[in-house]
Design a protein around this ligand. Structure first.
Ligand SMILES: C[S@@+](CC[C@H](N)C(=O)[O-])C[C@H]1O[C@@H](n2cnc3c(N)ncnc32)[C@H](O)[C@@H]1O
Length: 367
């Protein structure tokens, strides 16, 4: 089953995704019994906010179909690495789909690729790698946490990837990846990637390949980049994947005039995070309004200060100008972009790299 092939109907043993709504999505194993929290085997009945589901009732149903819960309904979806990433049982921090997509693209992983990964963690990235390498490719993944290795192996096997993966229990910094000259790409998600990079280089084919290190902190990135460059890796590049939200706003730009230049925001709720050019203009506009109100106060308190004809004409020009402004709807981005998970540092291992010489130096000098 299931992540590695396409099927229409749900069978016993499948992993299925129960989609209730965007914030209630669950991965279920279609088995008659499950272990409860006391380790006893009980009937596999899944409880939701909309009532219960006897999971074996899904057998024979079509993937994608609507199914009844005791007090509502849900859809039962085919499992994909993307859906697994948002439903998997967390044993560690995991990589999410925006970063995963960048990793697959930048590492140029495709059908037939051989990829090394450390550490396996919760297997979120591993699932995407396993789909990408296809039945002719291979993933060698390792972790120094024994239980995580066992659970990951069980999951990969249950999900139909058993024949294209090796999962090993090892400390990659001390023992390496266990592969030499075989990989097209290496991915590291480790606290001290600089200790594993030389081993990663050793794992790559003589023809060259790509390596990536994921780190949450810029200090780790800095150290990783220095090491990568010092051992002759090329195209060292760090990327951060952030979702940028665009708010649709009506903007009005004045027709260019010799009397005044301004950009004005029509939508009053463009707030803190609007682009500087618009913010500045709003401040300018506010100042203009203050000046105008000062002038009107003066006028009210001192009847001698009557607006001149020139001032009246200027006001008329401005009001005509406002009517002539070009208005358009556009996307305005926020300056602050939340959602930091980590930085992805990529590099190319060139085919002509003198590996034995590099491997020994950086490991010795890393600490
Ligand atoms: C953040 S998790 C990886 C998560 C994974 N990328 C995912 O998407 O699910 C990091 C893993 O690296 C493992 N690890 C840390 N140092 C290691 C080392 N020196 N050798 C092998 N594994 C290591 C940890 O046990 C942990 O499971």
């Amino acid at each position: 089953m299931s992540f590695s092939e396409c099927r229409e109907l749900i069978s016993e043993g499948d992993t299925v995704i129960l989609y209730i709504n965007v914030s209630q999505i669950y991965a279920l194993e279609v088995t008659p019994k499950v272990s409860n929290k006391h380790g006893q085997l009980v009937d596999n009945v899944f409880q939701t906010k909309y009532g219960s589901l006897k999971v074996t009732d899904l057998i024979g149903k079509k993937f994608g179909s609507k199914v009844s819960l005791s007090k509502g309904w849900a859809h039962v979806l085919y499992p994909t690495p993307e859906l697994w990433t948002i439903t998997l049982p967390h044993r560690t921090q995991i990589l999410y789909t925006p970063d995963i997509s960048m990793v697959l693209t930048q590492l140029e992983v495709g059908p037939g690729s051989v990829v090394c990964e450390a550490g396996t963690g919760s297997g979120s990235l591993s699932h995407a790698l396993l789909r990408a390498v296809g039945p002719t490719g291979k993933l060698h993944t390792c972790d120094f946490h024994k239980e995580r290795v066992q659970v990951a192996l069980e999951e990969f096997t249950r999900h139909g990837f058993g024949d294209r993966v090796t999962v090993t229990h090892r400390d990659v910094c001390a023992q390496g990846l266990g592969i030499e000259g075989e990989a097209d790409a290496v991915f590291l998600d480790l606290p001290k990637p600089w200790e594993a990079i030389p081993h990663g280089v050793r794992a790559i084919k003589n023809a060259g390949g790509r390596i990536c290190s994921f780190s949450p902190c810029i200090e780790q990135v800095s150290r990783t980049c220095e090491l990568m460059k010092s051992i002759g890796l090329r195209e060292v590049t760090t990327l951060e994947c952030l979702a940028r939200e665009f708010q649709v706003k009506t903007i009005s730009l004045p027709v260019i005039s010799r009397t005044k230049k301004k950009i004005e925001v029509q939508d009053p709720d463009v707030a803190q995070d609007e682009p500087e050019v618009i913010k500045k203009q709003k401040i300018d506009n506010d100042n203009e309004e203050e000046e105008a109100s000062d002038a009107s106060d003066k006028f009210e308190n001192n009847h001698e200060e009557i607006p001149t004809e020139k001032e009246n004409n200027q006001a008329k020009i401005e009001s005509v100008q406002k009517i002539n402004d070009i208005k358009f709807r556009t996307g305005v981005t926020q300056l602050k972009m939340p959602g930091h998970t980590g930085f992805l540092t990529f590099a190319t291992i060139p085919p002509d790299l003198k590996r034995p010489e590099i491997i020994n130096n950086p490991c010795d000098s890393a600490e």
